[in-house]
Design a protein around this ligand. Structure first.
Ligand code: ZN
Length: 589
């Protein structure tokens, strides 16, 4: 087998793809093949001894639950850890020795030092060297996709989350652009695309940074998803996020973060007790049990408890911690965990909320929200069926109260609910229900589009296109009748007459019908133009020349000599000029 690998690497060559085609083959004598499935194994075999090497060298490490850690490895990413500057420099020398011995080279451009210390002085005045060059000390570093920031002295969860938000927006923009180019606006598939393209970018490593986040950061994390759904129905930004998500029955990002955290906890608990991750977890738990609320374990425990989960009884074992789970496959277990979290979220938000719901959400729950028998939100009918964009928008806006009916306008102007009368019929409060099924002004339209008697049936009726057309027609009529009430009607004939009216003479420009003398007088009366004139740029020598010319002119004011002569005189070279700069000698043949 060794001979086989030897044969593979006997003659390695590569070509570079350029705009003009492929380059000539280049011979490669170092490194492993890019993209070869054997490469990670070969590299792992090669670098395997570095852990023992660094551990044997000793020096300062980090104490994790009874053993000292000096080095962390993930593929070809190496992290050296130490509690003191001397210890880190010692490790760096060790790494140097190892690399020189093995013929490896460290990429100094990618090697950085991150010091977790509250004092900026310490961070600024530390100096480390490796492979004969200095290493930059940085304030933050992205390791395995998670941003580590040193400014506060500890790992900042908020900073890691903000970094993910930026990436999430980038992924969303890419997705929207591709959908736009493909004329693709189908809501359910777009939601699925969001889950596969944007959610992973947004929530990567959420188990690490999720538990300690403030509410404001969570709101910012939820925004890309809200933006995507709100664009589908063009809703106002004031609509509560839970209502917008319910329109597509989409679980919030919080559910994804809880899912990742619970999976991580399961994985940690089933780990080999010798592994560093397990020992770190144990150490964090010991700290939490000793009363330290800033440890990861304590923050996760409190966060899970806030959302209705017990850290010792996580799904799928929350009811019976001894229930056998070996019959479940990996995918099945994940699906159950996710469903369990989503179900709990719906229960705590819509079905039995802790506080009282705001009026908008109460109204939405009463009239539009449909929760199935198993306890999950059902996707509304108009989102499932194919509809033209403008019809989907008109139905969606009615459902999320993002319209111009009096009930909504009155809310923003502070009118009490009982006084938000329908301006068309003046018989009742103009709610969505009144508008769609009761207002007498749209009786004939209702008959025309065969609108159902009950509001619930209306919203779930098979042909949502009819509902959309009815709403469009009713809005148009409402608009027209309100215009009639508020503004004096101007007939079309009147507008046409005004358009062709003869323009009087005095309204025209000044040059027509005036003598030359009159026009000149008018121009003189006109205010001088202030804009449009720029002073030319003058240099010092220009200024002095002009001044000399002016002096000459003032002196000879009474003469009739033209201005050009004065100027020529002023611009004559100074008397010494010819002596200092003699003209070129004339040579005679
Ligand atoms: Zn009415």
């Amino acid at each position: 087998m060794i001979w086989g690998i030897y044969a593979l690497y006997e003659r390695v060559s590569g070509r570079v793809r350029c705009p003009g085609g492929l380059s000539d083959p280049l011979a490669s004598t170092i490194g492993v093949k890019q993209g070869c499935p054997l490469s990670p194994t070969l590299f792992g075999l090669y670098i395997d001894e570095i852990v023992d090497f660094i551990q044997q060298q000793g020096g300062d490490g980090i104490e994790v639950h009874g053993s000292t850690v000096h080095i962390l490895l993930y593929a070809d990413d190496i992290v050296l850890v130490s509690e003191s500057a001397e210890g880190l420099q010692h490790h760096l020398h060790g790494l140097d020795d190892f690399c020189r011995h093995r013929g490896l080279s460290v990429n100094l451009g990618k090697t950085k030092v991150l010091i977790f210390h509250t004092s900026a002085q310490v961070r600024r005045h530390s100096l480390f060297t490796a492979a004969g060059g200095p290493i930059e000390v940085v304030g933050s570093y992205v390791y395995l996709g998670v941003t580590f920031t040193a400014a506060s002295g500890v790992f900042s969860m908020a900073q890691a989350a903000r970094d993910r938000i930026t990436r999430g927006y980038a992924a969303l923009a890419l997705m929207e652009r591709q959908c736009h180019h493909a004329y693709f606006q189908e809501p359910c598939t777009k939601g699925w695309l969001f889950d596969t393209l944007v959610t992973p970018a947004l929530m990567y490593g959420a188990a690490i940074w999720g538990p300690g986040l403030a509410t404001s950061v969570w709101t910012a994390l939820e925004r890309p998803q809200i933006l995507m759904i709100a664009r589908l129905i063009r809703s106002k930004p004031s609509v509560p996020h839970d209502i917008i998500r319910a329109e597509l029955a989409a679980p919030p990002m919080l559910v994804e973060a809880l899912f990742q955290t619970i999976c991580l906890l399961h994985r940690l608990r089933s780990m080999d007790t010798e592994r560093i991750a397990y020992r770190a977890f144990e150490a964090s738990r010991d700290m939490a049990l000793a009363g330290d609320t800033s440890s990861w374990y304590a923050q996760t425990r409190d966060w899970l408890a806030h959302h209705g989960f017990d850290i010792d009884r996580l799904p799928p074992l929350q009811y019976d911690s001894h229930a056998p789970t070996y019959s479940l496959s990996h995918q099945e277990r994940n699906r159950i965990i996710r469903q369990e979290i989503w179900h709990t979220y719906i229960q705590r938000t819509w079905v039995s909320p802790r506080g009282t719901l705001p009026p908008k959400m109460l109204y939405y729950r009463e009239h539009f929200l449909h929760i199935s028998g198993t306890g999950f939100i059902e996707i509304p009918r108009y989102m499932q069926t194919y509809l033209p964009h403008h019809l989907r928008v008109v139905i969606g806006q009615l459902r999320v109260s993002s319209h111009q009916l009096e009930i909504e306008r009155g809310r923003s102007r502070g009118v009490p609910r009982e006084e938000r009368w329908c301006p068309v019929c003046q018989t009742e409060v103009e709610s969505e229900e009144h508008f769609v099924i009761r207002c007498p002004a749209y009786l004939d339209l209702r008959a025309q589009f065969q609108i159902e008697e009950s509001f619930q049936l209306c919203m779930t009726m098979g042909d949502q296109r009819r509902l959309g057309c009815f709403l469009t027609a009713a809005y148009e009529r409402r608009e027209r009748s309100l215009q009639y009430i508020h503004q004096p009607r101007v007939s079309t004939q009147q507008t046409i007459t005004q358009f062709f009216q003869r323009v009087e003479l005095h309204q025209r420009g000044p040059s027509i019908g005036l003598t030359l003398h009159q026009a000149e007088a008018q121009r003189a009366r006109r205010r001088p133009r202030m804009g449009g004139y720029r002073r030319p740029r003058l240099y010092q020598e220009d200024v002095s020349r002009i001044r000399i010319a002016y002096d000459h002119m003032m002196e000879h004011r009474r003469t009739t000599t033209p201005w050009v002569v004065f100027l020529q005189e002023a611009l004559r070279p100074p008397p010494m000029y010819h002596i200092l700069h003699p003209p070129p000698p004339i040579t005679c043949r």
